[in-house]
Design a protein around this ligand. Structure first.
Ligand code: ADP
Length: 418
C-alpha cells in the first residue's frame, strides 16, 4: 500500500513538474522507491526472524564454504548456552569439543558435497555448562538465487530425555524378563523336587489300598482313597506347573522330526477310548484326509496337546461324540488339528479367559467336573512353542471345537475334511 501511495505521488509530481526537472525528480523518486523496498525487505526479514525466534527446535544456518555459523535461533542459544554473537562467523572447531566438532564437520560436509538433505539419528553435543545432550539433526542444502548451494540449514531436536527414558524402559524390560525367567526356573526346580516325595505318597497309598493283610477297615480304605485322589490331583497340578514354567524359562526341549499324523492321532485316540465305557453315550473317533504328508513337529508335545483336549472333551461331553480331525491342503500338507465335541459348550465371554491359568468356566463346574484349570494353558503354551496357535469355536449346549493351527492358508485352498 505504502509503495503504491509513493508511486502515485511520484507520478503526480512528474506530470505537474514538466520535463525541466525530470532528471532530478526521477533520481529523487528512485531513492524513495529504494527506501520503500528496503522497508519491505526489513519487514519480511523481521517476520522470518520472529518465526525462527519462536520455534522450539534449534535452527542454524552455515555457509557451505567454511561451514561458519551465519544464523542461530534463540532455541540454539538456549541449548548450547552460547550467544548467537559468539557463534556467528565461527566454525565447528571453534565452538565445540574436538570429537563432537569432527562429527558435525563430517556430516555438514557430506550434505554440502551430496547436495541432498540428511538426517543423523543421534549426535552428541556438550553445552557451555558441560552438559552432554543427545540431538537429532536434519541438514539440508540451501540454494542462492543463482541456484548454487551457498548455505546449509540445520534443524536440531534435543532428544536427550527421550533417549534416557527409552534406555530406562529397555533396562526395566530386561530386568522384568530376567526376574520372570528366575521365577520360572525356581518353579521348574521346585515342582521337580516336589514330584519325588509325592510319587512315593501315591505309590504307598496304592499299595495300602490293596489291603493285602486284610486288616484295614472300610473307613481306612475310604480315607486312603481320598489320599490317593488328592495326591493324584496334586501331581497333575505340579506336572502342569512344571511344564508351564519350563516353557516360560525356555527350558522345554523340543525334538522336531517328520511325524506321520495318521498313526499318531489313531494311536492316541485308541488309548483314550479305553477310558470310555463301550457302547456308552459318548463315542470317540479320528478323521483324517486321504492324503496326508508328515508334519515336522515334536510328536510327544503334540500328543500331550491331543490328550489334554480330548480329556476335556470327555469331561464336558455327557452324550454324543468327540472327533479328533486333521485337515490338510490339496497337496496333503497338514493345516490343523481339531478336537470337536457335542458337550456343554463354553459361553462366548469365557472363550478367551479359559486359556489363562486356573480359569474355569465357573466354580460350580470345577467342583462338578474336577480339573486343575491348567490344561488349556499348558496346551496353548506347548502349541506356541511348536510355532502353532490355538483357536476355539463353541456354543453353549451344542459343543466346542478346539483347533491347533499349524499354518494358515486362504480358505479357498482348504480341502473338505477327508
Ligand atoms: P481343567 O479342565 O483342568 O479345568 P483346562 O484349562 O483344561 O482346565 O480348562 C479350563 C476350563 O475350560 C474348564 O474348567 C472348562 O470350564 C472349560 N473347558 C475346557 N474344555 C472344554 C470343553 N471341551 N467343553 C466345555 N468346557 C471346556
Amino acid at each position: 500500500m505504502m509503495l503504491w501511495a509513493l508511486l502515485t505521488v511520484f507520478g503526480f509530481t512528474l506530470i505537474g513538474g514538466g520535463l525541466l526537472y525530470g532528471h532530478r525528480k526521477s533520481h529523487a523518486d528512485s531513492l524513495v522507491l529504494a527506501k520503500a523496498l528496503t522497508l519491505k525487505l526489513r519487514e519480511s526479514v523481521l517476520f522470518l526472524d520472529s518465526i525462527l525466534r519462536e520455534l522450539p527446535v534449534v535452527v542454524y544456518v552455515k555457509d557451505t564454504e567454511k561451514l561458519r555459523f551465519v544464523h542461530v535461533n534463540p532455541a540454539g542459544e538456549r541449548l548450547l548456552g552460547i550467544s548467537r554473537w559468539e557463534l556467528i562467523g565461527r566454525r565447528n572447531q571453534e565452538c565445540f569439543l574436538p570429537e563432537e566438532a569432527a562429527v558435525f564437520e563430517a556430516n555438514d560436509r557430506a550434505v554440502v558435497v551430496s547436495g541432498r538433505p540428511m538426517e543423523a539419528s543421534q549426535e552428541t553435543v556438550t553445552t557451555r555448562t558441560r552438559k552432554k545432550r543427545t540431538i537429532r539433526v536434519r541438514r539440508s542444502p540451501i540454494k542462492d538465487p543463482q541456484g548454487n548451494f551457498r548455505y546449509l540449514l540445520g534443524v536440531v531436536e534435543d532428544i536427550t530425555d527421550q533417549v534416557i527414558s527409552e534406555a530406562a524402559l529397555r533396562q526395566a524390560k530386561l530386568e522384568a524378563e530376567s526376574s520372570n525367567r528366575s521365577k520360572s526356573v525356581f518353579l521348574a526346580q521346585m515342582s521337580h523336587e516336589l514330584r519325588t516325595p509325592l510319587n512315593s505318597v501315591i505309590g504307598f497309598a496304592n499299595l495300602l489300598l490293596k489291603n493285602k493283610k486284610g486288616n484295614l477297615s472300610a473307613d481306612d480304605l475310604q480315607r486312603l482313597q481320598k489320599i490317593l485322589g488328592n495326591g493324584t490331583h496334586l501331581l497333575e497340578l505340579i506336572n502342569s506347573i512344571l511344564d508351564l514354567s519350563r516353557v516360560e524359562a525356555g527350558r522345554m526341549p523340543i525334538n522336531k522330526t517328520p511325524v506321520p499324523l495318521g498313526p499318531l492321532v489313531t494311536q492316541t485316540v485308541g488309548e483314550l477310548a479305553g477310558s470310555l465305557p463301550e457302547s456308552g453315550p459318548v463315542t470317540l473317533r479320528a478323521e483324517m484326509p486321504e492324503t496326508l504328508s508328515p508334519l515336522e513337529t515334536d510328536s510327544s508335545k503334540l500328543k500331550q496337546i491331543i490328550i489334554n483336549l480330548v480329556g476335556n472333551a470327555m469331561k464336558f461331553t455327557l452324550k454324543g461324540s468327540i472327533t479328533v480331525r486333521v485337515k490338510a491342503d490339496s497337496s496333503g500338507a497338514p493345516l490343523c488339528l481339531e478336537v470337536s465335541d457335542t458337550g456343554i459348550g463354553i459361553p462366548a465371554d469365557k472363550v478367551d479367559s479359559i486359556f489363562e491359568a486356573f480359569q474355569q468356566v465357573d466354580n460350580g463346574n470345577s467342583r462338578k467336573f474336577g480339573g486343575t484349570g491348567l490344561g488349556l494353558t499348558v496346551s496353548r503354551a506347548l502349541a506356541n512353542l511348536l510355532g502353532y496357535h490355538m483357536e476355539l469355536e463353541s456354543e453353549v449346549g451344542r459343543g466346542s471345537t478346539f483347533r491347533v493351527v499349524f499354518r494358515t492358508v486362504p480358505p479357498a485352498l482348504e480341502v473338505p475334511r477327508g
